[in-house]
Write a protein that binds this ligand. Structure first.
Ligand SMILES: [Zn+2]
Length: 186
């Protein structure tokens, strides 16, 4: 009996040690800038496919649960926005359409469709890089984040790594214009 209890004790000790082994320690919290960098990496994937560089990540419990980048041209899909792609993946992963306790990071202010999806998914917080004066629905053209007629409010954190996110877009469009001009010139 004594031997058994000793073994139990040792096993418990081992379990205790393994529970606190380095790979099981909770990762330190990341900053909004760090998560936005991951969204920028996603935007780079869109750019590599000659898509407008917009990227998105959805974070829950300090982990990325879904990524998305703009695929409108590749898929010829008007709804192929980075946010919508990431929202669908996140819902599949969580097995729930309610994306509670999540933060959505996107390089550009969400449009009307994406803000609609964000509200439907009950995403509590949206962090974005730069404003989109031509199509933004989180303060530019519209503000869907805090409309008392809707049943969900979204906390907004704009302008995180703003210049990097907007430079990505302006460089892309400058290059696109240059290329088109070249094609037109005989
Ligand atoms: Zn959108």
């Amino acid at each position: 009996m004594r031997l058994l209890s000793d073994t139990n004790h040792r096993t418990k000790g081992l379990l205790f040690i393994s529970h606190f082994s380095s790979h099981e320690k909770p990762a330190p919290p990341h900053t909004h800038e760090e998560w936005m960098r991951r969204a920028i990496t996603e935007a780079g994937k869109a750019q590599a496919r000659e898509e407008v560089p917009i990227g998105c990540v959805i974070v829950r419990n300090n982990k990325i649960i879904a990524r998305g980048h703009n695929l409108r041209e590749s898929n010829q899909d008007p709804t192929g926005h980075a946010e919508l792609i990431a929202i669908r993946k996140a819902a599949r992963k969580l097995g729930s359409w309610r994306l509670l306790d999540t933060v959505l990071y996107v390089t550009l202010e969400p449009c009307t469709m994406c803000m609609g999806a964000i509200i439907l998914a009950r995403i509590p917080t949206v962090v974005f890089g730069c404003y989109d004066p031509k199509g933004g629905a989180a303060g530019s053209l519209y503000d869907f984040s805090n409309d008392p007629r809707l049943n969900h409010c979204v906390e907004l954190l704009p302008r995180v790594l703003e210049s990097e996110c907007s430079n990505l877009l302006s460089t892309f469009f400058t290059e696109l214009r240059r290329r088109k001009q070249k094609e037109r010139t005989p």
